[in-house]
Design a binder for this molecule. Structure first.
Ligand code: SAM
Length: 431
């Protein structure tokens, strides 16, 4: 049986626990908060939206998708602000797209102007003409996590009573915290977009016994979005031989008009779900990126910590990411480790800190090719630490080493190094 152990984190979003590592995938203080504060807010997404028609994003270690979802959520919210009055950018089309939607199995199409319209009176389908969209390539080596990602619940206010009995101190510490973080939620439209793409790219999801049994497990009920599960179930029960995907598109279209709040709908009016292209790639990130010819404006690196998964933090991996980044791109990660930072610099990046105004401290690293995007440069002491033994980076010369071997090689180098230790450096410099 697939190991799936969810718990609620302290902002009402769902986190995952790994019994294999006795560790958590997501910060117990708030999985969604973490994604927003470490990956979205510190990025230069507003600059990208203002300067590019098409933005390419690489989400390395997608997991259950918080970084991708937070980005989409942010962009959906921004739509109207970027383009101003809808008439500036909406081009009404009455022809091809409308016909396409009409030719699906759905009997009724919902639009902004009319609650319900018959097939013969579709009205207007909107699209906009300036923004060509976001392309997100999301990589993870666990297909089941991709498939579960659209269902994952956020925004649970009463989460303390739902938590399962997971033997992990990091989780319990936050469950007894008297001041929970602000409750955060991903709008379900984002989940619809993700489900749409998951079903297209992993049609085998319907026959996946593990996914189906997790989604129908009563004990796990509280961790899933009911609306999304409802869509999935109805699709699963239908005769899937005839144009399943077209029916899904039509279904999503209807759900969008029926269930999304008016305020949100106003902001999104004109957005066609296809503006957001998600390309899910299952496998080892090193192989997938080596075989990829695209360059990216944003790269999220959310691998397990360097001491557990060094293959995604090595010098060679950062060189690969450098090659795959646009000149004004930005890589963001939660890690501030000296070994990671020195590898980034050696690979050619300029690096800076990620600052959290909420916590009033630095919480990660941003790496760029264009220095002007660095908001919080490293301090003298940060830079000094990189020259100690702690700054000896992981090596993976052929980008196919095993994690254990990569760790062993680094330990050997650290042990035989003449460099100052980081603790000595801190003591001498009163840090
Ligand atoms: C900390 S979790 C990522 C959490 C994720 N960003 C989210 O929002 O849920 C790390 C992820 O790395 C994936 N992973 C581990 N080794 C990998 C590899 N070599 N290539 C691709 N993915 C890997 C795991 O399956 C896991 O989902």
């Amino acid at each position: 049986m697939y190991d799936f152990h969810p718990y609620f984190t302290n902002d009402g979003s769902t986190g995952l626990y790994s019994p294999e590592f006795n560790d958590i995938y997501h910060s117990a203080s708030g999985a969604l908060t973490e994604a927003c504060e470490k990956f979205i807010k510190p990025s230069h997404i507003d600059y990208l939206l203002n300067n590019y028609q098409q933005i390419k994003v690489l989400d390395i270690c997608y997991g259950i998708g918080y970084n991708t979802k937070s980005l989409l959520n942010y962009i959906f919210e921004k739509y109207d602000q970027r383009f101003g009055c809808p008439t500036d950018y909406y081009a009404q089309i009455h022809t091809d797209k409308a016909k396409d939607i009409l030719s699906t199995n759905s009997d009724t199409i919902y639009t902004d102007n009319h609650k319900e319209q018959s097939k013969t009176n579709i009205g207007t389908v909107y699209t906009h003409n300036k923004f060509a969209g976001i392309i997100i390539k999301a990589i993870d080596n666990d297909e089941n996590l991709f498939c579960l990602s659209p269902f994952i619940k956020t925004g649970e206010k009463d989460f303390a009573k739902h938590n399962l009995n997971i033997p992990c101190d990091k989780i319990h510490k936050y469950l007894t915290d008297s001041s929970p973080a602000d409750c955060m939620k991903i709008n379900n439209l984002v989940n619809y977009v993700i489900l749409d793409n998951i079903v297209k790219q992993f049609p085998q999801i319907f026959a996946n016994k593990e996914i189906n049994s997790i989604l129908s497990d009563k004990n796990l009920d509280c961790f899933f979005e009911n609306d999304i599960r409802g869509i999935y179930r109805s699709l699963n029960n239908q005769d899937i031989h005839i144009s399943l995907l077209r029916r899904l598109n039509s279904f999503l279209h209807n759900i969008y008009y029926r269930h999304v709040s008016n305020g949100y709908k106003r902001r999104l009016k004109g957005s066609i779900l296809n503006d957001f292209i998600l390309d899910f790639k299952c496998g080892d990130a090193r192989k997938i990126i080596s075989a990829d010819s695209d360059k990216y404006h944003l790269i999220f690196l959310d691998a397990f910590t360097p001491s557990k998964c060094p293959c995604l933090w090595s010098l060679e991996f950062f060189k690969l990411l450098f090659e795959h980044m646009e000149p004004d791109g930005m890589l963001l990660t939660y890690s501030s480790s000296a070994a990671v930072r020195s590898a980034m610099i050696e690979a050619g990046f300029f690096i800076g800190n990620i600052f959290s105004p909420r916590e009033n401290k630095f919480i990660g690293t941003a790496a760029v090719k264009n220095k002007t995007f660095i908001k919080y440069p490293l301090s003298e002491s940060d830079l000094g630490l990189l020259k100690t033994r702690a700054g000896i980076f992981y090596r993976d010369p052929d980008l196919n080493g095993q994690n254990e071997a990569i760790i062993e090689q680094r330990n050997f180098e650290v042990k035989n190094s003449n460099l100052q230790s980081s603790s000595e450096y801190k003591r001498v410099n009163n840090l």
